[in-house]
Design a protein around this ligand. Sequence first.
Ligand SMILES: *[C@@H]1O[C@H](CO)[C@@H](O)[C@H](O)[C@H]1NC(C)=O
Ligand SMILES: *[C@@H]1O[C@H](CO)[C@@H](O)[C@H](O)[C@H]1NC(C)=O
Length: 322
Amino acid sequence: MKVLLVTSLSAIVASLSVRAAPTNPPKGQQPVSYYSLEYQDNLVNTANKIKGSGLESHYDPELYVYPEMIEPGRLSIDCDTEAMKRDHSDVAQLYTPISQQLPHENAWCAYKTGQGYVASRTHFPGVTAEMIQWWLWWHSASSERYSLWHPWAHVSVSSSYASKFNDSSLSNFDKLVGSVHDITEIIGDTSMDISIHWKNGSVFGLDESKFKDAGIVAWGFGEIYVPKGGPLKAVDMIHLWYQVEDGLEQRSRYFLANNVHLDIPVLGDLIPVDQLGDLTGFKNLIVGRHLAHEQFTHDQQEMTHLASILPGVYKEFGPKAK
Ligand SMILES: *[C@@H]1O[C@H](CO)[C@@H](O)[C@H](O)[C@H]1NC(C)=O
Ligand SMILES: *[C@@H]1O[C@H](CO)[C@@H](O)[C@H](O)[C@H]1NC(C)=O
């Protein structure tokens, strides 16, 4: 069985003429060494779909990460004292210039009540803000594009704004903010069906007029609903990219099972199920330590990989492509 799998993977890799083995990690990186069975099965799926898509040359199953994720990956911080606040009252710390290290920039944890927190810092050498802002909507036009981002973990995507994508009078933000991305992806060993509702930073108390001074040049904010298409808002997601000398550097923050509410207005109010969740153990069911830990690893993998493919994808398919 094991031999079969290896054979089919190397056949896929060979037929796509991508690097055959992770023998030469990019500078400062090292190969990912653990691939869940769910990852392995999905790679066969994405590799088959990519054939004939015109995206083959950007499909690269070799995954690398930076070694600085290892130590924080194997030991959680204390959510009660070391995580950013769940009510986002300390969100202004993200205006701190990227040259300065914040406490616990790479970290994950879970509260006793089941909510999770993830902080992740990743490098984007050779990547521009324009590439990021374009990619955030462009990838959502097809599941094949989405799979380039993480060939092992990404399954499918669709955007509620797809009909806007060919309108060249619209900005990158017009094609993202306010849209809903319906997504299936594998977090560690768990297939998740989610909807990302893309928002402005104000939803988490961030003032976009302060970004320039803070060196923040690209961003994306999402409220994640679980499951896909459902009314249950479960996760707050913050992605910020800062300018550095050789490209960009990213800070991501995820607040899992945070301020959970049902998006069904009753007498004008959203129904908060946050407290109910604490009582019933509901949050432990959907999040807990497992998902917080896996999401940290997931972010490190997908963002490091995105940085490696994005300049090439943008060159071939971006607005300046000939
Ligand atoms: C957008 O344009 C491309 C070709 O340039 C075409 O394949 C695609 O169907 C168009 N999409 C929509 C939603 O019109
Ligand atoms: C986001 O902010 C811009 C202005 O900065 C505004 O035009 C737009 O309507 C906002 N979109 C959403 C979905 O809140």
